[in-house]
Design a protein around this ligand. Structure first.
Ligand code: ADP
Length: 449
């Protein structure tokens, strides 16, 4: 099968090689961009073309919109694959791609813009019947006015930036006396980080789980869900372990939220892969945001459904072909992913440097998604994610056993990694019994260290 079309991969690392494989398997040609710090990335050698777009600093390379669009022109690409991070949820960039004649592989830029504004996103999904975290999304007018509003919600609350992302700019407020000061500093921080001062306030849930629904739409009003994931094992709002499907939730509850998520996607005429993120506490779901892109944890969904989500993204974007039908989608088994970061296991400070040796785990239903090889140098400039270990089996217990083996088989030398932290988490009884929640690592397991 050769579709004679070319895709430009505008990303690096784990997702770049993931996208390259998906595209090549479908018969597409691939051009890849890279910064000068990344000239040794494996996927570049397997791409039909590799185009340097600038120096190591992300702002001058992977965030350099003009350089990426020029690379698309130079390579005569049909479409641009943004992956996750960098420009993946940048509506302006998506619009520029479209207006320059390249298909942006993702939803319409207007939807990206809408979902990027968490206040508008919350209002929209609420109007479509999705349950949201109770809060105040109106204007911050004065100290007295906002204090009165928060009194109605009840403390503790969390102040969030409307344009926020990556866990940045959020503040938990436990009492009235701290509210005004925290709002003001959140506004300043949001302005600096996202160029918008706008903040909103939500009830702070104390021990929720993070449960999300994978959705996929054809951009014309049809959509499906690909079940749930649990991503409650987090550190500093960053996910570390992800599972599919989310366990220990009444099936009727899960089904209800899956249906609501699909319905919202249909009404938005959503195109491509997306995720509706929820907090789950006391058997209730509360929407927090929608990610309008593929996520790092899409892999666990692939393992339980047998669907290659990146290929589905390419097919809908380049061929208008929607290859998913709800009635064909079934859950088969359980899957878990451990994110392997090059970082100090005690301080969590990134640990770039040369990888002297790699032994990959193997076996039936064991997947290792990574750009690393012996001799590869992890640059200091980017995210510390260097690999994902993904396993699937027939029960969660077996998945844990399989993950234990996979972690024991994994050897990465030369840089520090969090492999040992993963080994420890998967032996934890609370984790086994689904008693963990989003702050469990910080507030419990690692608390006294
Ligand atoms: P971002 O876009 O920066 O990732 P999110 O709104 O997705 O922000 O929130 C990130 C994380 O913050 C969530 O996964 C959850 O751990 C925590 N969080 C967000 N909202 C609340 C809330 N209302 N109560 C408790 N924790 C929250």
């Amino acid at each position: 099968m050769n579709k004679n079309k070319k895709i430009l991969i505008a990303n690096r690392g784990v997702i770049a090689i993931r996208a390259l494989r998906a595209a090549k398997e479908l018969g597409y040609e691939v051009a890849s961009v890279y910064s000068t710090a990344d000239k040794n990335l494996k996927h570049l050698r397997l791409s039909d073309e590799a185009i340097c777009i600038g120096p190591p600093t992300s702002k001058d390379s992977y965030l350099n919109e003009a350089a990426i669009i020029s690379a698309a022109e130079l390579s005569n690409a049909d479409a641009i694959y943004p992956g996750y991070g960098f420009l993946a949820e940048n509506a302006e960039f998506a619009e520029k791609c479209t207006k320059s004649g390249f298909k942006f592989i993702g939803p319409d830029f207007n939807i990206i813009a809408l979902m990027g504004d968490k206040i508008r996103a919350k209002e929209l999904v609420k109007s479509l019947g999705v349950p949201v975290v109770p809060g105040y999304e109106g204007k911050v007018e004065s100290k007295e006015q906002i204090e009165a509003e928060v009194e109605k919600i009840g403390y503790p609350v969390i102040v969030k930036a409307a344009a926020g992302g990556g866990g940045k700019g959020m503040r938990v407020v436990n009492e009235r006396s701290a509210l005004w000061e925290e709002i003001q500093s959140a506004q300043t921080e949001a302005d600096l980080a996202f160029g918008s001062k706008e903040v909103f306030i939500e009830k702070y849930l104390k021990k929720p789980r993070h449960v999300e629904i994978q959705v996929f739409g054809d951009g014309r009003g049809d959509a499906v869900h690909l079940f749930s994931r649990d991503c409650s094992l987090q550190r500093k709002y960053q996910k570390i372990i992800e599972e599919a499907p989310a366990g220990n939730i009444p099936l009727a509850k899960l089904d209800e939220i899956q249906q609501i998520s699909v319905k919202a996607c249909k009404e938005m005429k959503y195109e491509g892969a997306g995720t509706m993120e929820f907090l789950y506490e006391n058997e209730e779901f509360f929407f927090i945001e929608m990610n309008t892109r593929i996520q790092v944890e899409h892999t666990v969904t692939e393992m339980i459904t047998g669907v290659d989500l990146v290929q589905s993204q390419l097919l809908i974007a380049l061929e208008g072909e929607f290859n998913l039908k709800q009635e064909d989608l079934k859950i088969n088994g359980y899957a878990m992913q451990c994110r392997i970061n090059a970082e100090d296991p005690e301080t969590f400070v990134p640990s770039p440097g040369k990888i002297t040796q790699v032994h990959r785990p193997g076996g039936y239903h064991v997947r290792f998604e990574s750009q690393i090889y012996s001799g590869y140098e992890v640059p200091p400039n980017y995210d510390s994610l260097i690999a994902e270990i993904i396993v699937k089996d027939t029960s969660r217990e077996r998945v844990i056993n399989k993950m234990r083996m996979a972690l024991n088989e994994t050897i990465i030398e030369g840089v520090k990694t969090n492999v040992d932290l993963h080994k420890r988490i998967i032996e934890d009884t609370n984790f086994h019994e689904y008693k963990h929640f989003i702050k469990y690592l910080e507030e419990d397991l690692l608390k006294n260290e």
